[in-house]
Unconditional design. Sequence first.
Length: 402
Amino acid sequence: MKTLQELTHQEKTKLILKLRNNQPIIEEPKQKSIITYSKRDLLNIITCNTVPPPISSTLAYIPIENQKVEQHLKTISDNMPMITTLYKCKKGHIALILLPISFNDLYSNTNQLNFMIMKGLEMASFIKSQVISLAGLLPSATQYGKTIAKKCAEMNMLLTTGHATTAASILLTLEKALIEKNKSIQNLNVTVLGMGSIGQSFCHLLLEKHFTPQKLTLCDVKSCEKMLNLIKKELESKSSAAIDISVSENDSLSKEVYESDIIIGATNKANIINIKQLKDDCIILDDSIPHCFDVKEAMTKMKTSSLLCSEAGMLQMPYPIKEYRFVPPELKSIEQQLPGLIWKRKETEITSCILSGYLNASENISSTLGIPRSNVSIEHYHLLKKLDIKAAPFRLEGIPIP
């Protein structure tokens, strides 16, 4: 650094102007981005040893209902699985493998789904992943992993739905919400909307960790009523909590649901919640895909009330997660239409379903097929606490909630 006497006339003039305008004299260096944008195929980056083989891989599908975006991604991938992202954690990398399967094909085109899953597993095996986790509705579409478990075993890869980690993530997010809203769960009515694997796992974990609400309502469609009663009896055998069931008919929720203080979303029914009918101070923590409420309506209502609507499956690591992201020129035209959940993540954030496989590979923790047992969800909950992994700040589609 030069002394004042060593400055040229031009440098002195520039310095005087900065002082007059209250500008910083020393420019702070720009923070280096944690994301490396790559035009190269990430499979090429792995095979050329630019990065080590990922210790886990997550299979995902095209997570947006938009035919233009779907077709664009299928064209880029040549209608085959592709590695879109590599995450660098402390004990290894995670690969995110996108299957060219649209949301609508998950349940309507089983043959195509199974074919693409097999191709995705072959890719994961080729890059030497030890563990496979499933994103979004892939667990549900594969009978919670049971239809592909044998194939994974033949390839010497462990398979997990990731639902124990997700249930733990939702509970961490609920804890955060209760603290920030200064509320006690003992005085609140809680509804769990959707009693599949995640909904059931969360309920067991909630009560096992002694978060006993004033009332716990289990909600699902009419065809699940018998199952709801069985779950109710099982939960009542382990807890003194008041437990009720609510059946949704014709995509309409009961008055009981709308009177809830807290709603946990774990359904595949889009926009089933009418935001306008919610209590002004309701808390919605949503892990539904797509969201169980209209995001724009939620954003609007949060501006004029104490309503809180947030995603519940995001976790915050105690360190930044570096990332390789495949962004070919063809992707630029649809970049803004991609899900903010992943595309706009903060540097320490990661979704629970992606992290789960990494935890299985690096921490020797139990994996989950089918409905996770409560002791496994507890194991994942305690591991997250031990590793100082917390609930991510509240957000919707990548937009922070103040």
